[in-house]
Design a protein around this ligand. Sequence first.
Ligand code: AMP
Ligand code: GLY
Length: 425
Amino acid sequence: MNILLLGSGGREHALAWKIAASPLLTKLWCAPGNAGIAREAECVALDAADHPAVIEFCKNNAVDLVVVGPETPLVAGIVDDLAAAGIKAFGPRKAAAQLEGSKGFTKDLCSEFNIPTGAYRRFDNAAGALAYVRTQGAPIVVKADGLAAGKGVVVANTLAEAEAAIAMIFDGKFGAAGTEVVIEECLVGREISFFALCDGETAIQLATAQDHKRVFDHDEGPNTGGMGAYSPTPFVTPDIHDQIMSRIILPTVAGMKQRGTPFKGVLYAGVMLTEQGPKLFEYNVRFGDPECQVHMLRMMSDIVPAFLAACDGELKHFDLRWFPDPALTVVMAAKGYPGDYNKGTQIEGLDEAGKIEGVEIFHAGTAAKDGGIVANGGRVLNVCAMGKTVTEARERAYQAVDRIKWADGFCRRDIAWQAVEAEKG
Ligand code: AMP
Ligand code: GLY
């Protein structure tokens, strides 16, 4: 098979690595890719926002399957446009991608199909939103409705913070994403992520994984796209798993089908384990980044038949197998991230780091320059490792980090601390 992968982050490097291992693969391209993905795929300078150009590339190169990594092209309807041109693509269509593209859409779905979530109201003007938060008080959560690159959510601990968030969203900073806000009850409990592969009707859970969103150790500092992840996590017990499947994931898949907009692809639920049970606080419609990196390391099954089964509505008879060993990834980011940072700084020692047993390094924001590797983004490298325990995987990953010579980079030193504590017993 000929496959085109869209995206350029660590998630896409992990996907490229896994797809490249499939015996079904003839040729893999990645658009636009990065310096690490270039080891697995031929990188092509295609813009995923230019749907006619992507379609033309697929036709010229007899592409059998397109795998879409990030949410932006999904929400823009690339899967619909490819389907109209007769090209198979893994990921939800535009109408189903609204689960990530509009927070209000997801909340309305929850209310229609009785899916547990926090109380909420939607507003298209600041005055209404301000009046509502004043009646509700703090803490309260203010969200820009649309895609805002992970920056559109403010968990406001005071009324003043909530008011400032509403003003910020409506002042145009988020463009079209900020023409509406969702004001939501602040949920209290442990936050977990839950991933399921869906074919419009059936959902198969992926291995459990946990991300670390704050930029600094001890979960301090601003939120980021994710600074590290590990799998499996000790917090999704079989009972919690069953509750999330039966009360959240399956009603969502059934509801989307009933509405005539079936969901195909990876459904990534942000769930709070509250005293009243698991409650959904958001959906993403794609693999997590960096959770995908640990998923790909632990996935024993060939991923290509899984993509095809999801596209073709054949997951009912499908099974995904996982290696029992834990996997962990440490994100190395450019100093200053998630704020301003420099690009173009030199990175050395990657080959030496990659020699450590169990270690795999996925590139996120990198570029090739003069025979070397330079930083080309905020999150730059994913230093991953497998081990017999989370503790061993973590030791290997940090040994590898310590062999990487990159003066402008930093990482968290406490990835998977909860699981490591649990392993100490
Ligand atoms: P997001 O940028 O959409 O990933 O959301 C950022 C973070 O906001 C999430 O990871 C949660 O920690 C937090 N969050 C979102 N919704 C709620 C809620 N209703 N209650 C408490 N925390 C929330
Ligand atoms: N790791 C968070 C995300 O992929 O949205």
